[in-house]
Design a protein around this ligand. Structure first.
Ligand SMILES: *[C@@H]1O[C@H](CO)[C@@H](O)[C@H](O)[C@H]1NC(C)=O
Ligand SMILES: *[C@@H]1O[C@H](CO)[C@@H](O)[C@H](O)[C@H]1NC(C)=O
Length: 371
């Protein structure tokens, strides 16, 4: 058997996983996934390797500093590695054992590399704070502002449960919905807030093909009846006619599916003479009260039918499941679905639905998903 030294082994592995070269680090050992954390991973990798080989010595500080630094010359590293290797060799002279370890290491190295990356990612992600963007818009059991001005509803408990399950730190913040998605009567598009990374997640958004082109959706956590109607003041004092809006001003919530495109698509209706887009439902309703619009178009169940009268046919702009919406590159996508699945499978989700029935039932139906 060829004489093998630990020095050879370490240099070999170091070369194959790129420890000795500053460039060319896309070794198969890490599945090509080494990002900015390369030097740190390199050092972790070596210490794993030492343990794997049964060594008990810690890596000396100069060596680990050398491995972490991007600009240490390979010959210097090699000297440091050799010095360390000869120390290891004194500790573990059995070559057969060493050979077995090498073979084993070759077999498991890829998995070890991937596992380290996973652990590292998890560590980084568990230290990160994820911001969840709520709008004031829904005003249902899903989410609403309570009499103290605090955000309340089913969603908050759900976010807590899913984040806890995933060991993530999540915080809620409020903003208008157009920072998530907007149209202002033009082509609908993703909002500046979500694209500009002011927050990680837009909470409670309905999925549509058009939105999916710009943003990504998690699994649904709520379903909804998104039948929409035109609403006018009681008795329709302005004589608003949905079949002829050519002289009317109609209001919508900005960025929602129940917009101008919805009422005009697939119909030969003339467009309203003017449209106004509001930040949320209460502004929309106020717009009608203040006479800024002749009618508003809204998910029917969100309108107070004791105050406002529905006119015209019901329109379904989109089938309604409610999701978290995020950027396509967001790492939220890596954990939310699985974590939500576990919250559902463990029965926690249905616990939250039950609790919501008593706590927020006065704000409307609890529409938990059943599959
Ligand atoms: C969350 O942390 C606990 C304890 O640290 C751990 O047992 C569990 O596996 C972690 N869960 C996830 C999804 O990382
Ligand atoms: C999460 O689930 C949704 C809905 O099932 C799916 O469209 C999406 O691709 C999933 N995301 C990931 C990262 O698995």
């Amino acid at each position: 058997m060829a004489r093998l030294s630990i020095a050879f082994l370490i240099c070999f592995v170091a070369l194959c996983c790129g420890s000795l070269t500053v460039q060319g680090l896309d070794s198969p050992l890490f599945g090509g996934e080494l990002g900015q954390e390369r030097p740190l991973l390199r050092a972790i990798m070596l210490s794993r390797l030492v343990k794997e080989l049964g060594g008990t010595k810690d890596i000396p500080a100069p060596l680990s500093r050398g491995l972490m630094a991007e600009n240490v010359a390979p010959p210097v590293l090699r000297v440091l590695l050799n010095r360390f290797a000869s120390k290891l060799q004194q500790e573990q002279p059995d070559e057969n054992q060493l050979l077995r370890s090498i073979v084993l290491f070759r077999l498991v190295s890829e998995q070890i590399g991937k596992k380290i990356i996973e652990e590292f990612k998890n560590q980084v992600q568990s230290r990160r704070v994820y911001t969840f963007h709520h709008t004031f818009s829904w005003n249902t059991a899903l989410e609403y502002i309570d009499e103290n001005g605090e955000l309340s509803g089913f969603t908050l408990g759900l976010i807590d449960a899913v984040c806890e399950e995933a060991n993530r730190t999540c915080v809620s913040q409020y903003d208008v919905s157009k920072t998530c998605y907007t149209s202002q009567g033009e082509q609908p598009r993703a909002g500046e807030g979500i694209l500009g990374r002011q927050f990680d997640v837009c909470v409670n958004w309905v999925k549509s093909n058009e939105r999916e082109r710009a943003l990504a959706f998690t699994k649904p956590h709520w379903k909804d009846d998104l039948t929409s109607k035109f609403f006018v003041k009681s008795g329709n004092p302005g004589g608003f006619d949905p079949k002829d809006m050519s002289a009317s001003t109609v209001g919508f919530v900005d960025g929602w599916m129940c917009d101008e495109h919805c009422i005009l698509s697939g119909s030969d209706l003339a467009a309203p003479s003017a449209t106004k887009y509001y930040n949320d439902v209460s502004d929309l309703v106020k717009g009608l009260e203040d006479g800024e619009v002749d009618a508003f178009f809204l998910y029917a169940y969100l309108a107070d039918t004791s105050l406002y009268e529905a006119v015209g046919d019901a329109v379904v702009c989109n089938e309604g499941t409610v999701h978290m919406m995020t950027r396509k590159d967001s790492d939220v996508l890596e954990w939310w679905n699985d974590s939500l699945d576990r919250v559902i499978a463990s029965g926690k989700y249905y616990g939250l639905c039950n609790k919501a029935r008593s706590a927020y039932g006065s704000k409307g139906d609890i529409k938990c998903i059943t599959n």
